[in-house]
Design a protein around this ligand. Sequence first.
Ligand code: DC
Length: 226
Amino acid sequence: MIKIALDGPSGAGKSTVAKAIAKKLSIVYVDTGALYRSIGLFINRLGIDKTDKENIIGQLKNISLSLEYKDGVQSVILNGEDVSGLIRTGEIAMYASAVSAIPEVRAFLLDTQRDIARKNSVIMDGRDIGTVILPDAEVKIFMVASPEARAKRRYLEFIEKGESCTYESVLKDIVERDKNDSTRKVAPAIPAEDAVFLDNSDLDIEGTVNKAIEIISSKVNLEGLI
Ligand code: DC
C-alpha cells in the first residue's frame, strides 16, 4: 500500500495529474475537494448564507457523504444522491471554500478521507493531505503554478463547459480563494515540511505527470507498478 499526498492551491492541475498517475500506478485517485464541494452544495440548496457558521455546523448531522469508485472514476454521494455532476460550478467552489474554513466541517470529513487510504493505495488531492489527513504519506507533493497560469486553465475549462465567465473574473476568484485557503486558521493550504514542490507554470500535463512520477520514484520503489 502506498499513500501519495498531492496538495496545492486551486487550479494548479492537481486533479488532472493525480488521475493520470492513479491510472499509471493502478491506485485509487481521491479528490477530497469533492467532499467540501458537496457540503457547499447542500448548504447552498438550503439557502443558508455561506458565512453563517452556526447554521452550517448545525446542518452537519443531516449530511451523509461517501465516495464510490467505478472503473477508477470517483462519484460523491450526498444523502444517497450522486452529486458529482453538480459540484463543479464557480458558485459551489466559493461555498466549498467558505465551509472548508470551519473546523467542525474538516473534523466531520476526516474519517471518510483516512478510511479510504487505510483500505487502498491512493493518490489523494487536497490542501491538507500531507499535513493533517495523511501525515505519514510516503510521498508528499505540493503542486503550484502562477495565479495567471491557473486562471487561464480554469477559464478554458469553464468555456468548454459552456459556463459564461471572463478571464478576469476567474483570476479574481482564484486570488480570493487562495487567500481564503492559505490564511484560514484551521488546516491552511500550506506545504508539509517534507513535501517536494512541483511548479508547473511552464509545464504541460505530460511534463507535470513525468515530473511527479520522478518525485514519487525517488521516494518509493515503483518497480512492477509501471
Ligand atoms: O480542490 P477543489 O477546488 O475542488 O476544492 C474546493 C474547496 O475545498 C477549496 O476552496 C479548498 C477546499 N478544500 C480544502 O479545504 N481541503 C481539501 N482537502 C480539499 C479542498
